[in-house]
Design a protein around this ligand. Structure first.
Ligand code: PLP
Length: 420
């Protein structure tokens, strides 16, 4: 499939929508998503699991807009949640309780209660203390709870240190020895059903090897449990499959994500084992489907640098500031202006507020519109009111239609929550 964000005669389109025409009638910045690209990513993930007892779960943390959740639900995905808030959104969007899995290192008693009451598919336990608390909650509620224990395999996912999660120095999960002891305890507990193992080694992983190593580690751990008469029926493989943030727009689909190559190698390790395979993916579902549209406010040259100052900032898209993440940036209308090396920065009062640094791009005039690509995941879901800037609106494109799927949240609305 041709990438829905593509140029026609120098003008950027999303599906059948001319983005400059649309953006000039709307308040910038705003997020805009392509329904076709979301469906396409879901299809690629589902197809990669063909031949296995496979079910993908969508990690709501990547983007929780209900209109997008509904598309993903219709694509046959379950929901992967990490808080009571995400449980509420998942259920309200229509995900069935038995299609929800719950991870997270700090689930509160209240959150565990909600999950047990709902009867979700699995609670992925991340510490001994959580196991004991969950056992108490399950006993009180008189509900047998299916669990997986999140194992930390001490594998380096070669991703940014803030989104690497499978090293012993990370806070997530437990080491294999502790996990083994926890399974023995859980197996004796009448209120816990230790039926799965869980692992998630990090996010934005671009190569197969860390997944393959992790899968082998898991299989030998499952064998060890079998010898101790603990029978595991499902493996939650986590998520973390990277997308390609480097390519320009209009790239071929094979280059958009690493889903096909990674999943084919990852799942192959489990071939011939009778295990249900769950995947928890966020970025590879929604990342390539979203752009942040922004307008150039000023340009400025200093003796050492050029700055393109735009109206989107780190409160809208924090990934460049947080992880030095790269996002492609392109004009909505190409012209023959010179290119220059520029920092693309927002108005927030932080030196770390940038969308790109030293990027070779057209020298844009004030008022020009740009698209910041690959912004569908971990964009709006990490937005804040910092500097009392609004949380921006979101739009969904389907064919030639553009629909507002969330209004902007203004500082005025925020102000109404306070006593003055
Ligand atoms: N599962 C867990 C436990 C996570 O922590 C995350 C992300 O941090 C995900 C799934 C989703 O990761 P991704 O969006 O990289 O697929």
């Amino acid at each position: 499939m041709i990438y829905p964000f593509h140029y026609r005669e120098g003008r950027l389109f999303c599906e059948e929508v001319d983005l400059e025409q649309t953006a000039s009638t709307l308040e910038t910045p705003f997020y805009l998503y392509s329904a076709a690209e979301i469906k396409h990513s879901c299809t690629v993930i589902r197809d990669s699991g063909r031949g296995y007892d496979f079910k993908p779960y969508y990690a709501l943390k990547a983007n929780f807009n209900p209109a997008l959740l509904k598309i993903i639900l219709q694509q046959g995905f379950g929901a992967d949640i990490v808080s009571g808030g995400e449980l509420y959104f998942a259920r309200r969007a229509g995900f069935k309780n038995d299609s929800i899995v719950f991870a997270g290192v700090g689930k509160t008693e209240n959150e565990l209660r909600q999950a047990v009451e709902a009867g979700i598919a699995s609670i992925n336990v991340e510490s001994r203390a959580e196991l004991y608390l969950l056992s108490r909650v399950a006993r009180e509620k008189k509900r047998r709870v299916p669990i997986a224990i999140r194992i930390n395999p001490d594998i380096d996912a070669h991703t940014h240190e803030y989104i690497s999660t499978g090293l012993h120095s990370n806070k997530f999960g437990v080491d294999a020895e502790t996990a083994f002891e926890m399974y023995l305890e859980a197996a004796k507990d009448p209120w816990l059903e230790p039926e799965g193992v869980h692992m998630h080694i990090g996010s934005q992983i671009e190569s197969e090897q860390p997944f393959v190593d992790a899968a082998r580690f898991l299989l030998s751990f499952i064998d060890r449990l079998e010898k101790a008469a603990i029978s595991i029926t499902s493996v939650d493989l986590g998520g973390g499959i990277g997308i390609n943030y480097n390519s320009p727009f209009a790239r071929p689909e094979e280059e958009r994500t690493y889903v096909k190559s990674i999943l084919s190698s990852y799942l192959k390790v489990f071939a011939r084992r009778r295990l249900k395979l769950y995947l928890e993916v966020g970025r590879s579902v929604i990342g390539s489907a979203g752009v942040l549209i922004s307008r150039v406010i000023y340009t400025k040259k200093t003796p050492t640098k050029n700055f393109t100052i735009v109206d989107a900032a780190m409160n809208n898209l924090i990934r460049p500031s947080l992880y030095k993440a790269h996002h492609p940036i392109v004009p909505l209308v190409r012209n023959d202006s010179n290119t220059w090396k520029t920092d693309v920065v927002g108005p927030v009062c932080e030196t770390g507020d940038f969308m790109a640094r030293e990027m070779e791009m057209p020298e844009l005039k004030e008022g020009s519109l740009i698209a910041i690509g690959g912004a569908g995941a971990y964009g709006q879901s990490l937005a804040s009111f910092y500097n009392l800037r609004p949380i921006v609106a979101e739009y969904l494109v389907e064919g030639d239609r553009v629909k507002k799927i969330s209004p902007a949240l203004s500082p005025r609305e925020l102000a109404n929550r306070f006593e003055w």
